[in-house]
Design a protein around this ligand. Sequence first.
Ligand SMILES: [Zn+2]
Length: 471
Amino acid sequence: MNLRSIIWVVLIAGASLAAGAPGLRAADRRAADLLIEADHVVSMNPEMAVWEPGAVAIRGNTIVAVGDLETVRRQVRARRTERVGNRWILPGLVNLHAHIAMNPMRGVADDMELMAWLRRYIFPLEAKLVNARFVYEASLLGCAELISRGTTTVVDMYYFEDDVARAVREAGLRGWLGQTIIDFKAPDFATPAEALQYTEATMQRWRADPLVRVIPAPHSCYTCSPETLRLAGELAVRFDSPMTYHLAESANEVADVRKRYDASPVEHAARLGLLGKGRLAAHCVQLTPADLGLLQGSGTAVAHNPDSNLKLASGIAPIPEIRRRGIPVGLGTDGAASNNRLDLFAAMDLAAKIHKQRDSDPTVMPARDVVRMATIEGAAAIGAEKQIGSLEPGKQADLIVLDLSGPLYEPVHNIYSHLVYVAHGEAVIGTMVAGRWLMKDRRLLTLDPKRLARLASGHRGEIQRITGGQP
Ligand SMILES: [Zn+2]
């Protein structure tokens, strides 16, 4: 072979390698620890590609290849292959607003307005019930529900967030965990100054963790003084950290804030410098056109919680308008005491329907957009769209496996329609975060169901002793 033909061969080999073309030699294939093959893979990538059949190849915590089955098989050399057959693989769901330690409190106070619910029932119960041990145990229960129903990333807000973090870490979930800062005596701290100090120390403690991040969570404009809100914002800036808070949730909140500060909650938050990139505002139900304008320019993201908003009759957030204005928005469940399930499939179903009714327009919030809100747009709302929210090479291997086989589901004509209008969390049979299965074939792998049952039973007793068994 002369020199010219040697160069030619090298060029051809290089080109076919770069294109990931067929005929790669075994040595040129990408190494993977695990290849998952399925009849259906839904990517939520920019092209919204669905591969039938498809495959996802994973190395460590990262997706190294994803696509149609034959292509991925040619691209990778996997140590292990798992074939899931007639199942659907999707990116893990992103839950932008929860209070996971409230799971044992579901059903203790239903069917009432937000302020009455909070001030007459939830705050007094929490004052007696909530301590570090309770929060850790209850968070394990909350994590079990999230994993079982397909959430892989959760934004939480509660007390003793270091103990929430321990539980989330043990469960193996990804979490942005907000330590509550509030002006009255809370279950963990008597003053906002103490809460701020603890928040800073806890943020520091979890700083290097690959999955769990602790962030400041000043409760709201109606429970935090301007000074508390300002200090929490400064803490977030100092740590280059996201921050989350409740905002414009109910008409009572709006009236309260207007009376005290002569401003809407959004205007009040804007004056205090609380709007901006990395700021996640839960609810945003009661917004004026001026509020929408303030949010639009700011980079602030919105967590939409349709179940909780409807159940507390807080109103219906103007989500189609929020999306039209390009304000980042995803879905949340809120806590199990006001929902009462941490099921993003239920949230998707409602999010697709209530806005059609509110706007008298069945074309708003199509199913495909709602699935985007629960995945890639939710990830973007917390600035994590390069790491999670879709199945793409280089992203974290956060995925779920759904069983949509049998007469409850088949035939499936349009997967987005099925995910939003047909499926519930019970369709999820597998959940993986960062390349690690947390649930497989409906079996929890990081949490012990017997232990969870014991904890739930213990919490039932504790809550009944406090409430006298009277819901
Ligand atoms: Zn909330």
